[in-house]
Design a protein around this ligand. Sequence first.
Ligand SMILES: [Zn+2]
Ligand SMILES: [Zn+2]
Length: 254
Amino acid sequence: MAQPTRAEVVEAELQRIIPILVVGVLVFLLGLFLVYLSTKATWMPFPVGVIVTLVGLGIAGYGGWQYLQLNNLPSYRAVCPYCERPTLFLAPPTEDYSCEHCHRVVAIEGGQVVPPMVLVCRHCGAPQKVSPRAKMFICDQCNGQNDLKPAAPKPGVAAAVAAAPDESIEYTTYDLVLVDAGHNVEEVLDILGALLAAPRDHCRGILKDLPMVILVDLPRRKADSYRRMLRDAGATAEVHPTGQYRPPARQERS
Ligand SMILES: [Zn+2]
Ligand SMILES: [Zn+2]
């Protein structure tokens, strides 16, 4: 991140200040020892011990003063629109930053937080807060992936994309369904991570909930090549025309 958070600045400052404090204390202790020595040994003049002690105090004092200055660093609260927790900066953020708490990217325009869009997951219908920068989002509820480009509207679960596309684009696209991860789970996780640009933990979550539509609105060739990648890794994947796939009814265990 180009713009460091306040916590990052404080951390960097501490890295600089703590050695100063340590050196100051060590020099101070050395000075005390020399003062003590001058009372025992005649070759050690008393003023030398005093001077070293004072130098130690001076260095430690300088370090302490620098430490106190940290409290005077300016602080600006940028409240995350997703988790509503603040991230502190030295100045209002001027560019996108990732939230310290939920790690989502908060979009900044003109020094202001751009409010997230609320979109409806096309797989389960749950409303989700989505970054205006997002090209896709993965639903917190069902882990289904939603691409944010005009797609053939699906009856029932309508994708409430903010920028309602007027032109109905006629094209046939395909959804990639991961049916089974097979035995090479780690390799499949690698592929999922690359395909979804999602963290590994998230991909692991997907594997717990198969079968699942993992990518939607793909051109045929792309969908086929992704399916091949997954099959080569030992997973079972299927390609269905967008919106056509119906997962088998989940057996409810009670
Ligand atoms: Zn957050
Ligand atoms: Zn969902």
